[in-house]
Design a protein around this ligand. Sequence first.
Ligand SMILES: [Zn+2]
Ligand SMILES: [Zn+2]
Length: 152
Amino acid sequence: MRNEDDSSEPSALLERLTSTVIDCLATCKRAGSRIADSLTGEGEIESLSIPETQTTTIRGDTGWANRPPAVLECPRCGGEFDQHRAVDLIDCPYCVAEFSPEAVRDLEVVAMRCPRCHTDLDYGKRHPNVFEVPQWAHCEHCQYHWEFTHSF
Ligand SMILES: [Zn+2]
Ligand SMILES: [Zn+2]
């Protein structure tokens, strides 16, 4: 009886140890393949982003000075009027309000127009808490793209 007990005890222990080792190996293998997957994923994204950047620089403008024409709302009378170029004096045609070009950040930009095909542009901000003016504009019609750079 004692012999049987002695022989069964270590074998049960060995079985537990073996299953622990197998579990551990399986976990390591899963973790390893996850890392490999994420590495290949990143590699693919990086290679795809290169041609995309090139197309945006070919068709479009960058910088505030090359901004597309904007429609502004007069803070005094609420009238909407064009400011064709960013360097133009902001002069409301409906009332006596006049603003320097830099004051555009205090005014509401209500629309931006494509300088190529005059379609209303999609536009928006990338950092709404930092900037009060649009930072990008895109034409769905002719694919014109404008991007604010950090050279205000
Ligand atoms: Zn006005
Ligand atoms: Zn356009």
